[in-house]
Design a protein around this ligand. Structure first.
Ligand SMILES: Cc1cc2nc3c(=O)[nH]c(=O)nc-3n(C[C@H](O)[C@H](O)[C@H](O)COP(=O)(O)OP(=O)(O)OC[C@H]3O[C@@H](n4cnc5c(N)ncnc54)[C@H](O)[C@@H]3O)c2cc1C
Length: 514
């Protein structure tokens, strides 16, 4: 039910959702500025007082520094084992390209269960430097995707898939406990809050789909009062609740995984860009080639530049905005339970809290593009739009690429030449990448397990058109979906052209959009 772009321009400003923050005393500007790491008081005061958000301050310039999550994680680590760039040729059992969650969970499963294997991760940045260390930290289930899963794979396989992902959410918590990784893991569930009449109907349909599968407890309807008891926003109407939802501090998790992998003997080379994967497989870098029995591509939206995977995904940008701490305001609106919250727009907005009382929310206008350039991390317009009305409380903002698939679901699989991959998370990869790690490890070892038999494995899905049609189409559809959502939320009839374009993906057989 969640839809494309889990990150689009907000029609109703965020402040309308959370009016407890809607106070105008200048002191609030000061506290926001004071809370800002690195102190850029003048910039922030200037920005806050302006009617337009001018993102000139360091902390408020997306991409000017690492995500707040990752800065916190690196500061907490202090001196860590270095993972120097690859300096010479090497021979191993498994070479993994990409040190995000997918690559690291795969290495973890392999190292844990097959300690005899030589495993090397090659990461162009640092582990967790990509989206895994900068996402919203929603580890959420797939019961809201039940309708699509049934359509694609049938009822029995849909249930198996949802249950496997539920086990992965618990698995992340178990990993944190076992390895003493304090990643703020908190399983408090996922609340869908309708902000318009059609969205209320959407909740009913999602709950119905879970009930049809024999699991009404996995996604149940909430009355308006029940929604308000969890988070009192005047705009929230009725809703739905999915127990499969946990929040994490994603960079604490990513960097914790890195630490555990090093302890397990996995070799990690950061600052090492893989130029191509030759037959063998052999991962070719500027400083040497790693030859292996198996290769794993764990490269998320960068897959758009790899011929093996390019047609499976389109790259869109997504942004997160973080507020100053305001635990007393969260108390005021009863949002102290740690629930993840999202609305039901096709261009979803999502919100979560942190232990010190901040809100992190996604929903800035991002763009679709063929090349992963600055628009994916430095787009001030995207942040400005997502922070509309909330800007005086913002202390940080950052973005990254997401890998949109034609089904809104990832696929895991094998390519000729002992190369395995997971791609297409569509902005929902925190929990699914844990599941991907289990599946990819089984594909590497050839184990015939329940995970390896999930229907997402080697699923035959439609491809996107080739470039430049893919990016041009994605950009047009994205704007149309936003316009469609905006009109619906205001109770207006969507513009017929926007409506036509927004519905195109479904007409073309993709499970995206309205
Ligand atoms: C702003 C934002 C918010 C999000 N919020 C959520 C959320 O709340 N919940 C959720 O479930 N998902 C969310 N996501 C999506 C989620 O972050 C991803 O689906 C998930 O992190 C995917 O993990 P990964 O390891 O596959 O990808 P990544 O974390 O992107 O890791 C891939 C790695 O590969 C490296 N790489 C790429 N090419 C090469 C190369 N040639 N050589 C070497 N290394 C290479 C990259 O540097 C990167 O570190 C969000 C994403 C963004 C950008």
């Amino acid at each position: 039910m969640r839809s494309v772009g889990d990150d689009a321009v907000c029609a109703v400003s965020v402040i309308a959702l959370f009016p407890a923050w809607n106070v105008s005393e200048p002191d609030n500007y000061k506290s926001a500025a004071a809370a800002c790491q690195g102190g850029h008081l003048e910039d922030i005061l200037t920005n806050a007082a302006d009617s337009d958000l001018k993102l000139t301050g360091h902390a408020l310039t997306p991409g000017a520094q690492r995500s707040w999550w990752l800065r916190e994680a690196l500061a907490r680590e202090g001196d860590v084992s270095p993972c120097p760039p690859l300096a010479a040729d090497a021979n191993v059992d498994v070479v993994i390209v990409g040190g995000g969650f997918t690559g690291m969970w795969t290495a973890y499963q392999l190292a844990r269960h097959h300690p005899q294997l030589g495993i090397t991760i090659l990461e162009q940045d640092i582990c967790g430097g990509g989206p895994s260390g900068r996402n919203g930290g929603f580890a959420s289930g797939w019961w809201d995707e039940a309708e699509s899963l049934v359509k694609l794979f049938g009822a029995e396989a849909a249930v198996r898939t949802c249950q496997a992902l539920g086990a992965s959410i618990d698995g992340i918590g178990a990993f944190c406990s076992e390895h003493k990784v304090d990643a703020w893991y908190r399983k408090a569930g996922y609340m869908f809050a309708a902000t318009g009449p059609r969205h209320e109907q959407g909740c009913v349909e999602m709950a119905h789909a879970a009930a049809e599968l024999g699991h009404p407890e996995e996604l149940r309807l909430l009355t308006r009062e029940e929604v308000q008891a969890r988070c009192a926003s005047p705009i929230f109407r009725t809703g739905g609740f999915m127990p499969d939802g946990a929040q994490v501090q994603p960079a604490f998790l990513a960097r914790g995984l890195r630490r555990v992998l090093i302890e397990l003997g996995v070799k990690i080379h950061e600052g090492t860009t893989v130029r191509r994967l030759d037959p063998g497989p052999a991962a070719v870098t500027d400083a040497g080639t790693v030859r292996a029995k198996h290769g794993v591509l764990a490269i998320n939206a960068w897959a758009t530049a790899w011929p093996q995977l390019a047609r499976r995904v389109a790259a869109w940008s997504s942004y997160i905005v973080l507020t100053e701490p305001a635990p007393e305001k969260l108390e005021e609106i009863h949002w102290t339970g740690g629930e993840l919250i999202t609305d039901l727009r096709h261009s979803v907005r999502y919100f979560r809290t942190t232990p010190d009382g901040r809100i992190a929310f996604g929903g800035g206008g991002g763009r679709a593009s063929a090349h992963l350039g600055d628009t994916f991390t430095h787009d001030s317009r995207a942040v400005s739009e997502s922070a509309e009305g909330f800007r005086r409380f913002i202390v940080d903002a950052w973005g990254g690429p997401i890998d949109v698939s034609t089904t809104h679901l990832p696929t895991f699989g094998s390519l000729p030449g002992s190369v395995h991959y997971a791609v297409g998370y569509t902005g929902n990869g925190v929990a699914p990448s844990h599941l991907a790690g289990i599946v990819l490890a089984d594909l590497v070892t050839g184990a015939d397990t329940d995970a390896a038999r999930l229907p997402l494995v080697n699923a035959r899905t439609r491809s996107f058109p080739p470039e430049p049609l893919r990016s041009l189409g994605a950009a047009a559809v994205r704007r149309a979906i936003i316009a469609f959502d905006t009109a619906e939320e205001k109770g207006e009839r969507p513009n017929p052209i926007a409506s036509l374009v927004a519905h195109l993906p479904r007409r073309m057989g993709y499970l995206l959009g309205p």
